[in-house]
Design a protein around this ligand. Structure first.
Ligand code: NDP
Ligand code: 8X3
Length: 249
């Protein structure tokens, strides 16, 4: 019997690639996001028997609950939750950052992720399912302008470990995926639609792709049930670490 995965942020990047990868591996997918035209395109390409579109803003709990309550029987038994919807907004240092952007990142990357996880946990426990959360290398390695984005992803990583501890003995698996540079719409969103800035960032860097991360997600999901990947950090070969900075007199 095919399993069902609930993927947030399925309209672009990692999430969209994951829809293709999981359907290709025989899973059924509940695909979510705000851009319903893109969800409809996934259904048209992959089939209504494989993909169910659920259009909502992850920050809107009432809309989310209505979408979950309206899941057709064939998609109602969720075996895997992939908390992927998220974003970075802005690249300015904290003292010049926009507070509204900070709040949007916290509402999306932290509050909505926690809320959806809380909502689906009883069903995931009943099915001995799994949760995969999209964190980031920004959770571990600070960089100028990363401030609240990095903080939100550090929350995701630590929340994942805490969840795993709380779920001890339930059979539910929890994984934090922590990618580095990947070319998606991420930088376009972060820069307010600056395609030039996005192209410049990835140019010559051989960044990871949505498909790369989708294959990691599928690999983690299909491991034998006695194995749990706690956290998985992955970067392109051309990205690594720099040292500390010193402000001299
Ligand atoms: P994209 O911008 O390509 O995709 C982001 C997805 O999140 C879209 O499907 C978008 O859907 C969805 N989303 C954002 N806000 C909301 C919201 N309020 N309600 C519902 N859906 C929302 O980025 P990526 O694929 O790169 O990012 C996916 C995840 O991976 C994010 O959590 C990101 O932080 C993380 N990540 C990305 C890295 C990268 O370098 N690209 C590296 C490490 C982690 P829609 O706009 O249609 O609602
Ligand atoms: C996205 C990776 O390095 O741009 O989470 O913060 S980074």
């Amino acid at each position: 019997m095919s399993r069902t995965v609930f993927i947030t942020g399925a309209t672009s990047g990692f999430g969209e690639a994951a829809v293709h990868a999981f359907v290709g591996a025989g899973w059924k997918v509940v695909a979510t996001g705000r851009r319903t035209d893109r969800l409809d395109a996934l259904v048209a390409t992959l089939g209504a028997d494989r993909v169910h579109p659920a259009g909502f803003d992850v920050r809107d709990e009432a809309a989310r609950d209505a979408a979950i309550d309206a899941l057709p029987q064939a998609f109602a038994g969720i075996d895997l939750l992939i908390n992927n919807a998220g974003l970075a907004l802005g690249t300015k240092p904290a003292q010049h950052a926009d507070l509204a952007q900070w709040k949007t990142m916290i509402d999306t990357n932290v509050t909505a992720l926690v809320s959806l996880t809380h909502k689906l946990l009883p069903a995931l426990i009943a099915r001995k399912g799994a949760v995969i959360n999209l964190s980031s290398v920004a959770a571990t390695y600070p960089y100028t302008g990363g401030n609240v984005y990095g903080g939100s992803k550090a929350f995701v990583s630590q929340f994942s470990l805490g969840l795993r501890s709380d779920l001890h003995g339930t059979g539910v698996r929890v994984t934090s995926i922590e990618p580095g540079m990947a070319e998606t719409e991420f930088t376009l969103i972060r820069t307010g639609g600056d395609q030039g800035a996005s192209d410049e960032l990835y140019q010559g860097a051989q960044p990871m792709t949505g498909e790369d991360i989708a294959q990691m997600l599928l690999w983690v999901a299909e491991l034998p049930p006695h194995l749990n990947v706690n956290r998985l950090e992955i970067m392109p070969v051309r990205q690594s670490f720099a040292g500390f900075q010193v402000a001299r007199e």
